[in-house]
Design a binder for this molecule. Structure first.
Ligand code: CA
Length: 389
């Protein structure tokens, strides 16, 4: 079975309102899907992390750089293809966009492998350690409004997300350390004793500011403090983890096994958040997961993007062993974006319908059982939203 064509579909639409995090505001939702076709009619789907114009550049890498390297290769030789592409790209970028582009292709090749075997991805990896996973709902994005307006909105939104059935919720910060602590207090109040809350700084703090906010989070009982400092600041991560009694999480901006080796050996993470659509696809995710478990670092996948990314992550979460295990082991969660996202809700011929599962099943989401990643995108929907590039 040979690869005949690789196509990137960059989808985009205008959001009903602008959303922000500590680095920028954005007004458009983007998704970058990768379709790999074969000479036997089996087609695989994957997704590349990277919003806006990043997706447009990644499309060029997928179609103009990676495709000529592997067109005509056996679609089932995904590990051979991974190493061939990585070796040829190594001199031009061992992290970042080349790896994001490779990720989408690799996920599509695993989708093909599952379809050929007639097995869902989790079965292909080794079976399901769980048939459902709890979801946490993230929202509480920044807007161009006053601190006081943020505080009132975050309190209401936290209560609303927990009210939807999610067992935990995650907020953004980034208005400055003192204002951010007030935002976190509002979310703690909105959640009350009905669930957990987490705080995502998207690496906006210095280490000393992160200590200032982190000490307040200890008092409020936040479950984790995500990307408090820059991903390159390994010393900052290690100091924060040693000095704070709140879980330090991060890793969504790290790539491949060698990048992950460094951050794990640094001992700066309580919870690792690998992003399968960025770090190198399913092939590399499995190696990174093994590294995380080698260090007994729990993993909660970073999830961003369309229903293709959500389905891929559900497969991976099903196949993730509980380490160290036990009668009531530590369990991963599915990260789920509660903000406006048509690419999550309307892309599939048969939607995952996460929100109604969460509402019906006590916050739990079931694992797709179809072959490969277990979902099929609707081509009419893709055509209606695809950028003409
Ligand atoms: Ca994050």
């Amino acid at each position: 079975m040979k690869i005949t064509r690789i196509t990137s579909h960059v989808l985009q639409y205008d959001l009903p309102e602008e959303l922000g995090y500590s680095q920028q505001y954005y007004a458009r939702r983007t998704a970058h899907l990768v379709e790999v076709e074969t000479d036997e009619g089996v087609t695989g789907w994957g997704e590349c992390f990277g919003p806006g114009n990043i997706a447009i550049a990644n499309k060029t890498i997928v179609e103009k750089v990676i495709q000529p390297m592997i067109r005509g290769d056996s679609a089932l030789d995904r590990d051979v293809i991974w190493h061939k592409v990585y070796n040829l790209l190594r001199d031009h970028g061992q992290k970042g966009m080349p790896l994001q582009a490779l990720s989408g292709v690799d996920i599509a090749l695993w989708d093909i492998a599952g379809k050929v075997a007639g097995m869902p991805l989790h079965q292909l990896i080794g079976g399901a350690h769980r048939d459902a996973v709890a979801a946490y709902g993230y929202g509480m994005m920044l807007k161009r409004e006053s601190v006081e307006d943020h505080i009132a909105r975050f309190r209401d939104e936290a209560a609303e997300i927990i009210g939807m059935g999610f067992r935990a919720t995650k907020m953004k910060v980034g208005l400055g350390p003192a204002a951010d602590i007030r935002l976190c207090a509002a979310v703690a109040e909105g959640v009350g004793d009905r669930g957990q809350f987490m705080v995502d700084a998207n690496h906006c703090y210095t280490t000393s500011d992160a200590f200032f906010v982190g000490r307040a989070l200890e008092e409020m009982g936040a479950y984790w403090f995500e990307e408090p400092v820059a991903p390159e600041d390994l010393d900052g991560y290690r100091e924060l983890r040693k000095g704070l009694n709140v879980n330090i999480s991060g890793g969504e901006a790290e790539f491949n096994r060698w990048g992950w080796r460094s951050i794990l050996e640094n001992r700066g993470l309580d919870i690792a958040q690998p992003e399968v659509c960025a770090l190198g696809g399913v092939s590399e995710y499995l190696r990174v997961l093994a590294l995380c478990h080698t260090h007994f670092t729990p993993v909660i996948n970073h999830v961003w993007g369309s229903a293709i990314a959500v389905a891929t992550n559900l497969q991976l979460l099903a196949a993730m062993p509980a380490i160290p295990g036990g009668l009531t082991p530590w369990e991963p969660m599915l990260e789920f974006d509660t903000t406006h996202n048509a690419f999550r809700d309307k892309l599939l011929t048969k939607p995952l319908d996460i929100q109604s599962q969460v509402a019906r099943n006590g916050g739990l989401v079931s694992i797709p059982q179809g072959p490969g990643i277990g979902v099929d995108p609707d081509r009419d929907f893709i055509r209606a939203h695809e950028l003409d590039l």
